[in-house]
Design a protein around this ligand. Sequence first.
Ligand code: NAD
Length: 485
Amino acid sequence: MTTTPTTRPELQDIPTGAFIAGEWRTLPRTFVVDTPYDSSDLAHVADCGPDEAREAIEAAVTAFATWKTDNFRRADIIARWADLIDANTERMARVMALEMGKPFTEAKGEVGGGVGYIRYYADAARHIAGERVPSRFAHKRGMTTSEAIGVVYAVTPWNFPMSMIARKAGPALAAGCTVVLKPAEQSPLTALLLAELWAQAGGPAGTLQVLPTNDPAAFSAPFFDDVRVRKVAFTGSTDVGRLLFRQAAPTLKKVSLELGGHAPSIVFADADLDLAVRESVISKFRNAGQTCISSNRFYVHESIADAFADAFARAASALKVGDPLDPGTEIGPLVDEQGHAKVSAHVEDAVSRGATAIAGGRSHGGRFYPPTVLSGVQPGTRMLHEETFGPVAPIVTFRTDDEAVALANDSEYGLAAYLYTRDLARAFRVSEALEYGIVGVNDGGPIGAAAQAPFGGFKNSGMGKEGGHWGLDEYLQTKYVSFGL
Ligand code: NAD
């Protein structure tokens, strides 16, 4: 194993090479991973190119021939992987805190959630089965089998460096696919640690490979050119998702896309205000707002808008901002300078159009931005239509339910939406009217991390689901076999 040339004690034993065909590889080309906390360098990581990509495809094709054949062996190895990750929770959470700034305590939660997905799919591997299909002829019998789709190219973002991998590699490996994973440039170390644990769990060479790169476009080209790569699983921005969808078309690869979001939260006049504030803090400020299902717009009934805004601003201001390695920290830095600049620009735009910052509103310097609540946000403000990806909550008032639903649906995205009400009929009516793949009713948190539930968006938020049997089906194809007796 290649380890990192770093003085950080937390990273001494974290791999920095590429994991190809069951072996650790050092490369002459490397790129620097820094820490958002103070922008200092953390590690020099292998910078894979098209040659390494082609090598990984060959290894994945070879491994697929045997990996796909034995569900029970797969289940055992995947379950061991989950146990090893579980046992390394703190180590992995520290790596995450360092490389992308997620607070340590929250990072431990992410590892726990990801382990939940992997355990779920280890179990699911034992249950993959077909069906009997009736025939109109007495001398015929029909059945289906569920077969692994083949080699998968998985591309993941930095904001959930562990769970986005778990949600893809878990079901793909369970289905019998082999996976080549390209982690985000900002967070390759968590992915490399996952590869190390896969090897320890007995994962055969070529079944899961992890190749970091600093040039994702050039690195990715061989996967799209090769007809033997049958599936692309992507989480990231809508723009890159569209690009990969186009590139997958000539060889008709199956594609699943978990893309951007712009979640509305509607707080009705009859809501339990304490609950609405508590859940909104979770849905807005988790991961400093760098979450695809993060509430990005708050529509609050005019009769309770002041009360909600005051309580929300107080709760936001009470969150502890600081070093992500400190177990007490609730808000860490934003991942990079571009992220920080976008958040600052969105707040400046809102204030210049008449909004008032009732919490935060001014950068803390470096990549830190404080939890911010803005009241009186005007139509046309950028953050009402673009993903801010930061700890900023704009509040807009409404009068009628229809108006609230229309405002909430006024988005190209359709990933997650939230509503707060004590009226069951209203909860049904509004959740049915919302054009979103995930709806939280009086629930701002757990919908993101339930291994048994379908996670995925409508409209420009993507296609396909992760989680539950839906997530496994993405990696299986159905064969119909007809027997003449
Ligand atoms: P991004 O699209 O810039 O990058 C995501 C991944 O795509 C990275 O691994 C990156 O290296 C890779 N990539 C970039 N250009 C590529 C190319 N030309 N070819 C191949 N790969 C390429 O997104 P990001 O900034 O890392 O992540 C934030 C975005 O992800 C947000 O829009 C967020 O909403 C979205 N996201 C969605 C979900 C979901 O489940 N729907 C979850 C998390 C994040």
